[in-house]
Design a protein. Structure first.
Length: 156
């Protein structure tokens, strides 16, 4: 979502805490949805100040962005996202966020980068080398398809 910049308010640094209204605008969801998600996802823990005002840390915002993407873009249910979080398949600062940021800038992560991230996960590290090779070739093919789709979308 493109943010409108208020000339009266200086831009915040990436490490600054955000209010619920800023996060809601950034994620394009109503504030009550963020409050609801706090009840469903215990990993979201904004600081609460006097009067119950919420201040979200950068890692809270990153997790909320990932949750929103899973729910709205990928079609997960709340229970599905809860299961991912519970099983450790989704962490607040998951490397996937960095890949999403690269994708928004028009650069797909190199297949070798994706493999190095995957190898750090214990379930992937236990795979036989032959399977890792197959995964590596699939990721390379997906990277090519992603590039072709990105170029095709620029034409239209």
């Amino acid at each position: 979502m493109s943010q409108t910049i208020d000339p009266r308010r200086p831009a915040k640094s990436e490490s600054a805490f955000r209010t619920i209204s800023e996060v809601a605008e950034d994620l394009d969801v109503p504030q009550h949805v963020l409050r609801f998600w706090e009840t469903k996802f215990t990993q979201i823990r904004p600081m609460k100040r006097g009067g119950g005002r919420r201040y979200y840390r950068p890692e809270d915002v990153a997790l909320l962005r990932r949750i929103r993407s899973l729910l709205y873009d990928d079609g997960f249910t709340i229970k599905g996202v809860q299961k991912l979080l519970r099983e450790g398949g989704l962490k607040p600062l998951d490397p996937i966020d960095a890949d999403d940021e690269m994708e928004e800038q028009g650069a797909a992560p190199a297949p070798a980068d994706v493999i190095s991230v995957l190898e750090k996960r214990s379930e992937v590290a236990a795979l036989p080398e032959q399977v890792k090779g197959v995964v590596q070739s699939v990721i390379a093919e997906l990277s090519i398809v992603s590039t072709l789709l990105r170029e095709a979308s620029k034409v239209h």
